[in-house]
Design a protein around this ligand. Sequence first.
Ligand SMILES: NC(=O)c1ccc[n+]([C@@H]2O[C@H](COP(=O)([O-])OP(=O)(O)OC[C@H]3O[C@@H](n4cnc5c(N)ncnc54)[C@H](OP(=O)(O)O)[C@@H]3O)[C@@H](O)[C@H]2O)c1
Length: 274
Amino acid sequence: MIALITGGTAGIGRHIAEKLAEAGASVLVTGRDPERGLSAARELGGEFVAVDHSTGAGNLAFAEALAERGVKLDILVNNVGAIAQPTQSFTSEGYDLLLAVNYLAPVTLTNALLPLLAPDVRIVNVVSSAFTMHTGDPFTEPATYTAIGAYARAKQLTLLATMSLARRLQQTPARVNAVNPGMAWTPSVQALTPAAVPAWRFIWPIVRLVQRSSSAEKAARLPASLALEPPGSGEYYESKGKPTELPSRLQDPGLQDRAWREGVIASREAGNDA
Ligand SMILES: NC(=O)c1ccc[n+]([C@@H]2O[C@H](COP(=O)([O-])OP(=O)(O)OC[C@H]3O[C@@H](n4cnc5c(N)ncnc54)[C@H](OP(=O)(O)O)[C@@H]3O)[C@@H](O)[C@H]2O)c1
């Protein structure tokens, strides 16, 4: 059983990787920092590959390298995410960084890996309950930039794309789900400032207290169990562990397919430019 966990060298992803390794999987973890990655791989008894998931070119080159090695994946956990951006920044390909890491990365990578996935692959896309904070058109940036706003929209697009992919694969034994792991005190949360989430600035000390006491190991339990034994497919799981119905406007198959399609198109454009 081979499991790929993106951003699996620290935070929640590191604990997901540990749980999958304990269940007998050969784990492959990605991240940018080779020192941290190699140390995690050693502890996990797995493999580390340095990848910057913020670019389409990085995701496509990684998928190509796996294809050349003939890797077949039984589990794909698209865990990598980002939020700690006080001001807007852009990737070398011109995308908003938070959109790129939280939305374009999982869609680009999953699409590029489709030929490498076992027929009964379990795909888990790690999203966030923050997706509910974006109430407008998911394809339109909010007028005023905040990191939490960009993050919420990107996670919403990933959630939509997850449902589209699950439908595309519904005649196969593949299982595709999205999960909110819940709060955890991880490197990206530690790096948060009130500038990223302006609404929290007046209650910042309380927010930090709650965040500090939230365990990444606990947050990893549900994503890991969905990777090992998903009860179904095409579901969104909240951290309490129960499938949760999406707001009705997000149940539109046309909207879901557009989220998948636009992510794939962006990845093709990045590939052509690379
Ligand atoms: N923590 C929470 O409270 C919380 C709540 C809800 C949802 N989530 C979601 O859960 C997932 C994991 O969150 P987390 O808090 O554990 O994240 P995190 O602290 O940022 O995770 C760190 C991991 O991601 C890697 N990483 C970050 N940016 C990367 C990039 N551009 N390319 C490759 N690897 C990258 C890091 O390695 P390098 O730094 O070496 O690249 C490391 O392995 C995310 O999708 C997040 O949105 C988290």
